[in-house]
Design a protein. Sequence first.
Length: 126
Amino acid sequence: MKTKIIHVNFKDENKPVLSTEVEDKKSRPQEICRHHGVTINEQYRQVTCKQCNCVVDAFDVLLSRAKDAEHVVREIGDLMDKRAELRKSVDELLKAEKNTKARLRSARTDLLFTENKMAQLKGEVG
């Protein structure tokens, strides 16, 4: 059995040519960096990361800060709701404590009356 192999020869002019080149590619640490701290150069209108010294897109920084602010506002709202719940719970506990103390005083008074009556029946108290 004979194998049939087809050879394709490209001429140099038919090779795909990339008209765009990427220079100064980001290093691995620059790609990983979250750019939390930035420096803003007013004169050149440039935003640079303090950690990796990479030039950062200003819109990306603004969007990141806006999302962080939204998260903080949500957290504050959640904490305020939790504070209200805890205050309500504390108020209920204080009310229960007050009622318990009143019942304890009433029980002590009843106990003293009962002990006094028992003593009277035994003839100890006049």
